[in-house]
Ligand binder design. Sequence first.
Ligand code: NI
Length: 176
Amino acid sequence: MTSDPHQLRILLYPDPALRARTMPVDPPDPEINVVVERMIELMFEANGAGLAAPQVGLPWKLFVTLDPQREGEAMAWLNPRLEILDETHVSDEEGCLSLPGITVEVNRPALVRITGQAVDGSPIESTDEWLSRVVQHENDHLDGVLIIDRMTTMERIRNRKAIKQLKSSARNSPGD
Ligand code: NI
């Protein structure tokens, strides 16, 4: 794991960490608390609705989201599990902090129940409709799935240039 969680930053596609296999976490764990705090900070700085551990280079089953019940607050979801409550698929435009400049219309079930653990290890759950989309996007990250994997042919054409630019700027930037 990283030596200093404060150094964590949002990794951009095509960083291989975004495709890593993730492992369950075991709360409570002070190390996880610090990582979660940093992830929340990064999510707010980037005006995101969610951020998953692989996006900061950690292969952990963990993501943070905005809290739909409390404006300006965030939640951490550890070892999340999703259950589809409404199979009706709805399409909505999604972006991703690891894919700046790219938006994709993604079809997802309208309503899911998310269950998981808070940082203190206690069980948490939500069936919030707005959160349903966010947690499906973030849960995809835990499976190494990105919105560009869900593009139609038309969207692939529309986003081709932005994806190419991300790939070439990754090649041109010095490794760290
Ligand atoms: Ni994302």
